[in-house]
Design a protein around this ligand. Sequence first.
Ligand code: ZN
Length: 575
Amino acid sequence: MRTRLLLLLTLISAFSFGQTNFKVQVPNGMNLLMGNYNPADYTQNSPITAPSAILTGIQNGVQADSLFQILLKLESFENRNTGSDTLSATTGIGAARNWIESKFQDYSARNENRLQTGFFQFDINVCNMTRHKNVMAILPGTDTSNKSFIIIEGHFDSRCETACDVLCDAPGMEDNASGTALVMELARVMSQYSFPQTIVFMPTTGEEQGLYGALSFAIFAQQNNLQIEAVLNNDVIGGIICGNTASPPGCPFPDHIDSTQTRLYSHGGFNSVSKMLARFIKMEYEDEVLPNAAVPMNLSIMSAEDRTGRGGDHIPFRFRGYPAMRFTSANEHGDAGVTDPNYHDRQHTTADILGVDTDGDNQIDSFYVDFNYLSRNAVINGTAAAVLALGPEQPSFTAAPVPNGIQVQVTDPNNYGTYRLVVRTNSPDYDTLIIFQGTQATIDPGVGGAMFVSLAAVDGNQLESLPNEEISLLSVGIEEESDGPSMPTLLQNRPNPFDDATIIGFNAPERYTGKGAIIRITDVNGKVLSEIPKAVESGINEILYQHGFGVEGVFFYTLIINEEVIDTKKMVFAY
Ligand SMILES: [Zn+2]
């Protein structure tokens, strides 16, 4: 009985967020995070101020060889399990985090000691270890009137087949030395520049057992009203070889190579701030990097928050209202299904190594992490974070359909004067970007039917803000009808066809608020595959439907409210 009680208590503590004793162990760290400091104390001598020069500097500054050297060193710690040794100077998670922090200090010393480095400490029992530390480097912004900051993060802990095996060889190169190296390389490069907004580089711990490092900082941020504008989480971001069991939606076949695609995962559909962040990252890549990119990258805005059945460090931030997303390579070597006797992939095993020596000279010459791919992903992160930190603040706006387009009205205390309308129809991606001047405009969106629009401010340097939350023109249009709509309307799923997950929406009039709706999924024979409940809200309602990977064909979805069938539509699975 006692054992069971203990197990129960352990489970309760895991789910009731029993973290305590949060401590920012960075000089003046708490004030930096709150925006309560004198920027003059962190000012750079003769900083480069032209945003275009800073963005070019980031693109040229990120070095594949520098990433390689970081990975080599991270591999040498043998085991970075959250419960592993903290006393050794050479192996275990303690040595690893101290080395990462010492590298942050080096970067700082090379740039007038502006980067403030240290740890974020918290207490909770994970793998019999009670005290844990994320590593932190804070680059203080030059303008404290905007107190929000940007986080670039990736977990540095690793694991083998057994979650708390602290003695195995757990190199964790793809998962997630790749993300750790990316965060460190951006700290090195970006700390050579000055940004109005503060940027926080944070390798996290405890991810493999329950996102503990990210969760602790997210709770701490919420408790202290810290303003986080965006969280860019990098997890499994350097591999390009498809395993036999890549997490769905996965890659097409084993050993398939893909070094030009990256998946951007984020929560929600219509009006999700996290999905707006993912779209913004893609826009900035296409605006600022792609025109001069030696190897063009294709960024996929994924419907779901993560791969099927998986999760990551962005989730605890999103859960507390902070915009947060995850970068993951298109091809993953495994789905972490290590308990399956037939699992032969590398993820979450002792085989997650940097590469192999094929000619017997004791030097790795065939790599599982592609350093050029990893450096391209670092540039994508760095560019988005830099534009956020350099660019204008968000305006607010209203939009309504008129006979010749969309009537847009902007409210902008900063009077930037130039704005960008982001138009989206039937996919998680945006369809059209339209620039206009002035705070009032009638705009032809170039597409018809139901659409979602959002708005970004554009400043004198042609940088744009994070776009605002979306407005659904369908609901605006219906609300403007004289008597209001009489019935809910089922919308076409987006995207369609789709491979793994799709968003099914319906528009409901005010008087349906609070009623119980069901989305029923059926196959061509009428067999019910799933029923998803949803409490009706006025306007656009959405559910995410994940059918699992590898099914093809035509299926149907039906909207039922209070046992009354409203409508049925067809959707197509493809992969
Ligand atoms: Zn991971």
